[in-house]
Design a protein around this ligand. Structure first.
Ligand code: FES
Length: 129
């Protein structure tokens, strides 16, 4: 799965883009019809959007629906594999967090965007992207 977007005017197949907009944790993200929710997230620059029990960042690992690393909540339905669900205009997506809760909430919040890369344990050069 590539986060690279081929613009309609340079698409050799001649596809026409139909734009769509989803919200992820309240933030609007634009995509095109046919993209999966993971595709929209990756194209927006998000490499991880949840944390496992250990606190390790999770996003797309297999990209084919096998590993369950990409789970999100879509329209109130929990544990949806973002790599398998096509994005639909108006989808309301929330990220999930499997870390044990403390009295003050989760130990760390879910990874939500490119600015959170510093929390994902990526090397400094990766943080710049
Ligand atoms: S990335 Fe493996 S199930 Fe979605």
């Amino acid at each position: 799965m590539s986060p690279r977007r081929v613009r309609a005017e340079s698409d050799a197949v001649g596809r026409h883009e139909r734009p769509l907009r989803i919200t992820v944790d309240g933030e609007p993200l634009d995509g095109i019809a046919g993209q999966t929710i993971a595709g929209v997230l990756l194209a927006s620059g998000r490499l991880a959007w949840r944390r496992g029990r250990s606190g390790a960042p999770r996003g797309v690992f297999c990209g084919i629906g096998v590993c369950f690393d990409c789970l999100v909540t879509v329209g109130g339905e929990r544990d949806v594999r973002a790599c398998r669900r096509r994005a639909h205009d108006g989808d309301v997506v929330t990220t999930q967090d499997r870390q044990p809760k403390t009295e003050t909430g989760p130990a760390t919040g879910p990874a939500t965007g490119p600015g959170d890369q510093k929390h994902l344990g990526l090397p400094a050069e990766e943080e710049e992207r």
